[in-house]
Structures are given as structure tokens and as C-alpha cells.
Design a protein around this ligand. Structure first.
Ligand code: GRF
Length: 203
């Protein structure tokens, strides 16, 4: 499966994808990594692993539409079949999504529909949730709200702060994101109305 990965920062989820591919657990190839942030640590990871990367900054485009079209055409040029948002900090509109129908996925650090948007881990602590986790979902125009592919649950412990909870959730992000991509690679993902079905999934 030819994938493109969109990043804005640290890139630990990108690293988890790279590692899963290198370990032979994920049957996919990273055709292109695009960062909207020239300082993203994710770009260093690309250099280290000889991955093609490009910086596409919003400020170099007069409209959001042009920015999104530029990203979509770079991914199309590389024959990308699945777009993975791995810490990409921008909301994509239908201008972009229409190029990859049901083929843009995102990792979010909560059990959606709880705690959508920014600082999901802090939201979980401030709400007093006793469990949180992470979700890989298909991206639609709702922010952090599209059809769920896979979720992992972690406890929120009384002594947790934002950092310790984020770390616990992140270790599961790094497992479920490559897993979700592998399911696409095996052709097991389909839509039933607005619900997403994984053929033969065992949880
Ligand atoms: C992760 O917590 C992810 O769930 C959220 O942004 C963070 C990205 O981390 N969407 P990284 O850049 O993959 O290390």
C-alpha cells in the first residue's frame, strides 16, 4: 500500500510506522512525508530513514484551498493510496478530502467522540475521566469525528498529570496506527453507511 504521511511536529507516530515497516509487520511504503512546519522533528526522521519529504507551508499560499490542492497534487503524483495524518495540526476541508474519499485517516489521543480538538489528554484529566485512550478514524469534515477504525483504552490514574497520561496514551497510539494502516493494506476496510467495518477483525 502506497501511503503519504502528513506531520507538523515530533513525528513519533511517523516513527512507529517506519519501524513497523522495517520490522516487516506493516506491508506499506511511505511514498512521501509532507510537513507544514519546517522545524518539525519528523523531517529529521525522514532524513535518517531516506524518506522523501517536502515542506508545504500555509503562509506560502493565498488561500487554504490552494494550500490543500498543492498537498493533494504532491500526494497524487506519488501514487499515494492512503493518507495518514500523524500529528498534522491543520483541519483539512473537502477540497483535500474529495481527492481521497474515505482514504484519509487520523490518530487522536482520546476515545472519540470524547475530548475532540486540542489538548485531548488535558481535557480528559480536567473532566475527571477514569479512562481515556486513542482513536484512529477516517477523516471527514467533522474535526476528530469521522468513522472509527480502532480504539485503545488506558486508565487515567489519580496521580496522572497531562504528561504522564499523554505518555501512556502515546504508547498505544504507536500500536494502533500501524495496525489500522495494515488493515487498509490487506483490503479489509469498508464502509457500511457511516460505519466502518474491518473484515475478520479480532479485538
Ligand atoms: C499525537 O498525540 C497524536 O495523537 C496527535 O498529535 C500527536 C502527534 O505526536 N494527533 P507525534 O508528532 O506523532 O509524536
Amino acid at each position: 500500500l502506497r501511503i503519504g504521511v502528513l506531520v507538523s511536529g515530533r513525528g513519533s507516530n511517523l516513527q512507529a510506522i517506519i519501524d513497523s515497516i522495517e520490522e516487516g509487520k506493516l506491508n506499506a511504503s511511505i511514498e512521501l512525508v509532507i510537513s507544514d512546519n519546517p522545524k518539525a522533528l519528523a523531517l529529521e526522521r525522514c532524513k535518517k530513514h531516506n524518506l522523501k519529504s517536502e515542506i508545504v507551508e500555509r503562509k506560502n499560499f493565498s488561500s487554504k484551498e490552494d494550500f490543500e490542492k498543492a498537498i493533494a497534487s504532491k500526494l497524487k503524483d506519488k501514487g499515494v493510496e492512503l493518507v495518514v495524518l500523524a500529528g498534522f495540526m491543520r483541519i483539512l476541508s473537502n477540497t483535500f478530502l474529495s481527492h481521497f474519499p474515505n482514504r484519509v485517516i487520523n490518530i487522536h489521543p482520546s476515545l472519540i467522540p470524547a475530548f475532540q480538538g486540542l489538548n485531548a489528554q488535558r481535557q480528559a484529566i480536567e473532566f475527571g475521566a477514569k479512562f481515556s485512550g486513542c482513536t484512529v478514524h477516517v477523516v471527514d469534515e467533522s474535526v476528530d469525528g469521522g468513522p472509527v477504525i480502532v480504539q485503545a483504552v488506558v486508565p487515567v490514574l489519580p496521580e496522572d498529570n497531562e504528561e504522564t497520561l499523554s505518555r501512556r496514551i502515546l504508547s498505544y497510539e504507536h500500536r494502533v496506527l500501524p495496525q489500522a494502516i495494515q488493515w487498509f493494506s490487506e483490503g479489509r476496510v469498508s464502509m457500511k453507511g457511516r460505519l466502518l467495518v474491518i473484515e475478520g477483525a479480532k479485538y
